[in-house]
Write a protein that binds this ligand. Structure first.
Ligand code: ADP
Length: 289
């Protein structure tokens, strides 16, 4: 039996940020647009995953056939928000050959010697791929702002610069989807504590996470500005409540799938004579009989 589609509103409308977005109002334990429960969500996820996977194959085929289009999913969120889970459980539902994953940590010395977009530009997805950024150039207006790694007049300029740069990327054929996973303070505390209580989770813990957590209000302020200033028509932000992992995975899957559906992806025409090839294959079979 097919699982039920319990989306009452397109999450791309429900979760989209804009100039008036108020981050303080977000219910991070909410599930906007989905009227089912966790079981309903978990039942529906693989169904949409299958659809997403077929669309991704079409995109890949188009890329092999001189297409120029690609998709870029940018993932942001504080530690424990579930970026890794999105990569594993959402992106993991499509053929890994069609995915180009890049993670951005503390910049290397070489990266720091270049413009901050240099290392980002290098990882843009080639035609036919779904690129996934685990963190991104937004760190350059988040951690860089909070930790005062550059003066304010430098990071202030970056919002407009990022908007203009993303516009160019979109004009080059890449559809940009920006997803911020927003976990609550209490939930983050529990997830961090869990990492310290389970030997199989120690590897995920980084002593720096405590330092970041201690700067929670500053990060919220920096995120709020990102949403207000860089959610454009060409590259919108979707702010996803992330206390319920099943919801954030379901919502991101839906956003990706609906975006791919709207790209109107077909299958490439054969660039050979199908009938002639069939005959040639038949003839070969005959001669081996
Ligand atoms: P994660 O914490 O996502 O598992 P890593 O441990 O590799 O990944 O590193 C992420 C860290 O890199 C984060 O603390 C993030 O703030 C930091 N980082 C990313 N981009 C920048 C940047 N441009 N400048 C400074 N720090 C950055």
């Amino acid at each position: 039996m097919a699982a039920k589609d319990l989306w009452t509103t397109d999450p791309r409308i429900e979760l989209r940020a804009g100039p008036d977005f108020d981050l303080a109002e977000l219910d991070r334990n909410g599930q906007p647009g989905w009227e089912g429960d966790k079981d309903d969500g978990e039942a529906y996820l693989p169904e949409r995953g299958e659809e997403m996977s077929e669309l991704q194959e079409r995109l890949y085929a188009e890329g092999r056939d001189d297409g120029t289009r690609s998709v870029l999913l940018i993932l942001q969120g504080l530690d424990t928000a579930g970026k890794g889970g999105i990569v594993r459980h959402v992106v993991g539902m499509v053929d890994p050959q069609g995915v180009a994953l890049a993670s951005f940590g503390v910049p290397t010395e070489e990266e720091l010697s270049h413009h901050y977009l240099w290392r980002i530009e290098k990882e843009l997805p080639p035609a036919g791929r779904i690129g996934v950024f685990d963190r991104s150039h937004y760190e350059d207006v988040l951690v860089v702002r909070v930790d005062e790694l550059v003066p304010e007049e430098v990071w202030r300029e970056r919002y407009d610069e990022i908007n203009a740069w993303e516009k160019k990327v979109v004009e080059g054929g890449t559809t940009i989807i920006k997803v911020a996973l927003m976990v609550s303070y209490a939930e983050q505390g529990e997830r961090l504590m869990e990492r310290l209580e389970r030997p199989d989770k120690y590897w995920k813990f980084n002593p720096g996470d405590i330092d970041t957590r201690s700067k929670w209000p500053a990060f919220q302020e920096a995120y709020a500005d990102v949403f207000r200033l860089t959610s454009t028509d060409h590259a919108p932000w979707y702010v996803v409540p992330a206390d319920k992992k099943w919801y954030s995975r379901l919502a991101v899957t839906e956003i990706l799938t609906r975006t791919l559906e709207e790209m109107d992806l077909g299958w490439p025409e054969a660039d050979f004579d199908v009938e002639e090839m069939r005959k040639a294959l038949d003839a070969l079979e005959e001669s081996h009989r």
